[in-house]
Design a protein around this ligand. Sequence first.
Ligand SMILES: Cc1cc2nc3c(=O)[nH]c(=O)nc-3n(C[C@H](O)[C@H](O)[C@H](O)COP(=O)(O)OP(=O)(O)OC[C@H]3O[C@@H](n4cnc5c(N)ncnc54)[C@H](O)[C@@H]3O)c2cc1C
Length: 331
Amino acid sequence: MPGYKGSRMETWRNPPARKYSVAVIGGGFSGATLAAQLLRHTGPSFSIVVIERTGLPGRGLAYGTESNAHLLNVAAKDMSAFPDDPEHFLRWAKSNFDCETQPGSFLPRRVYGRYLGTLLSGTVLSDLPTRLQWIRDEARAISQVGNGEIEIQLRSGARVLADKVVLALGNFPASDPCLPGRDAASRPHDLPQRYFSSPWSNPSFAGVEQLDNVLLLGSGLTSMDVAVELRRRGFTGTIHFLSRHGLLPRSHQTHAPWPVFWSERSPKSARGLLHLVREQVREAGRQGIDWRGVINSLRLVTPQIWQSLPETPLPASCAAVLGSPSSSSRT
Ligand SMILES: Cc1cc2nc3c(=O)[nH]c(=O)nc-3n(C[C@H](O)[C@H](O)[C@H](O)COP(=O)(O)OP(=O)(O)OC[C@H]3O[C@@H](n4cnc5c(N)ncnc54)[C@H](O)[C@@H]3O)c2cc1C
């Protein structure tokens, strides 16, 4: 496959403006699995390009971590990349990671990243086609050109043409709180960097074993990842969490199953769906069933729920330039 050797992406310099059926911008979980599905379900004339600015295929923010202490928050049996083959990941993990892996095991996210990397490496798709191109570059802007084609401009200066474009950009960086001295420029030279806006870079952990206190803004899953990593790296001081609600993530528990309650007639808005889920949680509670059963029952129909929601066109400013709004989320 041009531009793709083994499971590593290569930088593609000065490419011609080639035309593809579909261009996927972002080669994390969504981009990699979408490309794998498109390859499985289309014929030889269908071509795909994935434009990914960092790292390896499928890793993205969630599965790019190198720490074995960062675990999936979903059991192995529910992490298949292929809805029509629900045990695909479980089988792969038994053969390629640990033969003792159980359906209810919570595996390291880096292992899942490796699994995603194999989806396009030829081990899963036996007829690995030349119709897939990976480009390690950053998409900067997209615009409609003649004949209904869409042109994507890349950071390198190259251009790509496509009939359709999928934005699989993942989470955008969180906004920074207003902290005096946060920027290197406004910090006295003798003060080390004390504030890190993202925990997903190694410099934020450098020298932590010498510190007495660390303050984590937020107390959700990412803060748990950071706390675990701090301890793993020898930090013995105090970890403070600052959070609006003061809640910590609840741990997994075995629970009785709850029937699928979503149907095509369910509400088509986020508020309506939230109301529906809350009703079901209350009903489950009345029947002595843990709320986790209600949440887990949604996994079976998550794609259908997404597909049933109305499409809202992107504002023109978003469609034209791929910027970085300030929001971040994790489920
Ligand atoms: C830390 C963390 C842990 C998580 N753990 C789990 C879990 O255990 N189980 C679970 O089910 N879900 C988990 N999630 C939810 C997770 O968001 C999804 O499972 C999934 O990884 C999201 O995939 P994505 O493709 O949308 O984003 P990503 O996998 O992050 O991929 C987005 C990709 O787009 C690329 N990109 C962005 N802009 C451009 C551009 N302009 N040009 C080129 N490339 C670009 C980025 O480099 C990135 O690789 C987790 C999320 C986070 C943040």
